[in-house]
Design a protein around this ligand. Sequence first.
Ligand code: ZN
Length: 196
Amino acid sequence: MTGKELQVHRHRYVALTLLSVLVLSGCDWLLEPQFERAQPRTDAEVTFAKSVLNNLQEISFKQDREYCGFIGLDNEGDYVATEAVRGEEDGCQPEEPDSDIAILASYHTHAAFSDGYDSERPSTIDLEADVAEGIDGYIATPGGRLWYNDAALSETRMICGSFCLIQDPRYEPFDDIPLETTYSLDELRERDRDVE
Ligand SMILES: [Zn+2]
């Protein structure tokens, strides 16, 4: 590590249900969340998620705000996304979708590139929130990376790397602590400690 200091992004807020309180307080072992996905992830779903996030990258960079929502299936079985909610610089709470949408995953952007934030990966809270809610999650970064939070496996995986989504023109790679392509929750917590 060099002297460059990064902060850990907080990101996706979770509704403070009992379930999430237990997860956020580290009592994962008390939980047996229900992971009921309306259908398994498909390539078409990933393509859809990419286009939803790509459409939000530029406004997210320009305003330095996260945008978030849910991806799901409508009554006809077509992929749909809820209207994106404008969040903060480092957090976003999506609105519950209508009941006629079967939720598949949450999605959010990571706002503009900032020298001080370790935002090229999902935050620990991002993954904790998805695990607590039993909902997978797609995350777009300023570097144009796409990540997938797998709630059932409690891990995050990079679907594609730098520039696979629109990239913030101000983005500068931070190579001092190399990015892995998969992190468990514990490994994300470890990275939090490494960057702080
Ligand atoms: Zn995030």
